[in-house]
Design a protein around this ligand. Sequence first.
Ligand SMILES: [Zn+2]
Length: 390
Amino acid sequence: MSSILIKNIGAIVTGDLKNPLRNANSIFIDGGIIREIGNNVSRKADRVINADGITAMPGLIDSHSHPSIGEYTPAQNSLSWITNYMHGGVTALISAGELHLPGLPLPPDARTALSVAIVTKRCYDNLRPSGVKVHAGTLLLVPGLVEKDFDEIAALGIRLVKFIFYDYSLLPNGEAESYVKWARARGIKVKIHSGGVSRSGVSQLAGWEIVRKIDPDIIGHITGGPIPMPEEEMIRIAYETDYFVEICSSGNYRLALSLIRAVKARGIYHRVLIGTDTPGGTGVIPRGILREIAFMSSVGEVAPETVICMATGNVGRAHGLDIGILEEGRPADLVLLHKITGSVATDALDSFAKGDLPGISTVIIDGEIRVAGRSQQTPPPERVASETGY
Ligand SMILES: [Zn+2]
């Protein structure tokens, strides 16, 4: 694998809320890992990229995605969606369950749910479309699972389970609580579908009361996917718990704004995750995460470098993954981007702050250049990074 030196970067967004901007202009990558970030780094590299003063940020991680089989999505009968998302700056997808598998009985019985998780995990471990890291095999929690099933998924490297179809009228029997306990004991995170019924028509409703009974790690699409819980219950979760809360493109914009204001009032940025909750009825949205960042930065009036953390470092941390932060020793997943010609913004961050989409020039995943020059899914940025001789 070639080593890469990126020079002349205008701004580095780290994805780490503790220090979202880093004063440096170069990144050196070797063996797929970021080895050095600094000013005027002069290490010898196989490939040298001149960023021409544009911005670097971590590859985006879609916190709520619905992969099924390869790059085909049955939700909209479309192909190549993962590559198109990669051109929108997404370098990793977190599956919120492979529930669009054609013909899958919903809700699935326990053996079927377990089988789907195992098969999709093994397939995506063996297939990374355009290099994108697909964290699949998210087990849909339904009645009838046993502790050894959690051993099995843990051994396969599955790190997420999800409540969506579980019949909460069964809660007094203690099974759901056991699932949460078994998951936690194995380092597996628990996500819950929150709000109203989803496209399947058979997802279970979950607001404040159910969330408190289940006690998950992550509240899936708290602002709606597509229908949110009542606003006061959402605010109560924001103020009275420590759960991670997701804002998804499929949701209710009024509640997204309400949540952003609450988050801002309490300074609880570290608990917010951005996802798309696509593919699905909302569609296939390659620029979905970029649009969410622009919305929260401009309408929500939160600093863009802070919002970017919600779609990168926060998502990695919430799911126990080492991705989403630009720092030495981390996987080299990054995006170079800049303002689009005609935008009143001055650079990529100012684009987000003004509500404009920036244009992507370069995408690198695990130290491999996947997009060079310009993205096929954003308009071209006014300036692009280019490979130069050393
Ligand atoms: Zn979903």
